[in-house]
Design a protein around this ligand. Sequence first.
Ligand SMILES: Nc1ncnc2c1ncn2[C@@H]1O[C@H](COP(=O)(O)OP(=O)(O)OP(=O)(O)O)[C@@H](O)[C@H]1O
Ligand SMILES: [Mg+2]
Length: 271
Amino acid sequence: MHAIATPLQPDPTQDIPFYAPVGNECTLFEYAYERGLPLLIKGPTGCGKTRFVQRMAARLGKPLYTVACHDDLTAADLTGRYLLQGGETRWVDGPLTRAVREGGICYLDEVVEARKDVTVVLHPLTDDRRLLPLERTGELLQAPPEFMLVASYNPGYQHILKSLKPSTRQRFVALAFDFPQPEIETDVVARESGLARDRCAALVSLAGRLRLLKGQDLEEGVSTRLLIYCASLIAAGLPILEAAQATIVEPLSDDDDVKYGLREAILASFG
Ligand SMILES: Nc1ncnc2c1ncn2[C@@H]1O[C@H](COP(=O)(O)OP(=O)(O)OP(=O)(O)O)[C@@H](O)[C@H]1O
Ligand SMILES: [Mg+2]
């Protein structure tokens, strides 16, 4: 199983990805970067974690290697392996090793899904040693000051078997994300979807009401991502109620009673 690595080389001709700061997260990221500290971002799905990391990597002008962690991901998927190429065995760096060698940012998404052998590799890299041992090649890489490890996960889905050990957690500076405040979320939805701001404001205020259902009927509140989908379909010409059905009601639940409740709330706002 190979890791999904997305090297996003900064391109000075391309715009830095749009990200609307919600608090002090940009400053905190920059300080952590300067000080060589790893960063852990926790937050619900679709609240801007990935976009934030993309933005910060671009702003710092560093290549970004994103790895989606899952329970089949091995330490070798991150560090690298010997591969047979044209009759020869050749060592190929994994995304973590490349980020360390190049002085880039390695972003481990859904890090709680990673197996124990993966977290073991992270330990010497995420404390003051900043070392990546490559047992297979016999190398011991010292991470340069430009290297940063960022990890994220959604505490909402966490269950006891899939939590980070304290010895792993306590190696990171941690930042809690949530959905942006209504004013900011409205800006984000309008900018990403192209829908008029006042119409986006109505969707954001609906989202605020629906998010109150989290925990009772819903596992997760409606994400900023879904609001952007909804606004994009409305901007494309789909009637509001149809757009909301397809981007809010159906993605949030399979339960008929819950879906009924969501539709009622939507009708009360837009019916
Ligand atoms: N503060 C923000 N500034 C700009 N865009 C934002 C912000 N918050 C959310 N978004 C938008 O919301 C959408 C989802 O964001 P993103 O993909 O970063 O979520 P995520 O937290 O990484 O979700 P997941 O945990 O599911 O991967 C993107 O289109 C992103 O632009
Ligand atoms: Mg993400």
